[in-house]
Design a protein around this ligand. Sequence first.
Ligand SMILES: [Zn+2]
Length: 350
Amino acid sequence: MEYWAGELGNNYIEGIQHGNVMDSVYNFLKSEEPKIKYPYENLFLDNGAFSIFKNNYNKKKNEVQINLDNIIDIQEKLKPQYTIPFDYPLDPQMNIKNMEQNWQKTVKNIDYWTNCTNLNLIPALHGWNKTSLNKNLHLLQKKDFDYIALGSAFILKEKFKGFFGDRQPNKNIYEAFLYLSSLGKKLGIDIHVFGLGASPLTYHFAAFCEIKSSDSSGYRRKAAYGKIILPQTAERYAGNGSATFGLKTKNGITYNKIFSKDEKIKLAECKCPECRKITKHGYRRWKHLCSDWKIRAIHNKWVMEQEEKISQECIKQGWEIYEHFINKMMEKSSLKNLWEFIKSTKERYF
Ligand SMILES: [Zn+2]
């Protein structure tokens, strides 16, 4: 994967260094003078469509009015490296005719943005089965795009209810990614996937599927729920200021129960800006991480960025090297079956 962007929430955490960052037009809809108030290197700006429709669905009275020119205005003022023409996401409740209509509206906006802005555009791709994804991707290629963002994909199997981030990794989602990235490769189109890469495991799976980029607010979400991630490991508990070494707390959470020997070493060796403040001692570092969700967010984001570096290094050396690296990581994981499926499916599509 070329890059992973940490998605921002509404409040900026002091101390986080943002390289690639995902922000949304939605956060600026009411600003008179939209301005990014945090340091960053590259800004990927979402068009806010998903949040606007979600808000309007939940609060029928306070609907956000969709004003395309206002959205363009915000995008132009924030000068992102990439942004997305306003699109109309699909919903699993819709019938095919409504999905087709939404896609036509999305295409109309892609043309509008292309004609009246100088923004660097990544259009959103939507599809409701393999045929429509294939057809719609070809249409974007004809319009000269070489980088697209996967909006919604409802494909491959009936029970597949669409992709809404990687909270529940499953075979259908990864088959959809592999189908699209292999097709993209033939057409010379790179793929961005929204909301993917909340943990090292799902990040490496997506990178192995040859997805070019993704963004995720998972590092923050996990931190807020009292979770930390460690290199090549799923999330671990470090929450709510309750750090206990050996003795059981009410809910039975103890340092010795949570971490394996290897994981304790990983924590003691962590070089993130927060862990570095504490001596190289797993338990003391865990206590520090337990004390504040913002500290956990800084740690989690740093770990994800190291995973990204490792992934890029491995891919440079060859896909076999990367496969070997993930194999090792998955030896004891509960997602081992999913990993085996991804490998065999990649062989079928590529
Ligand atoms: Zn750390």
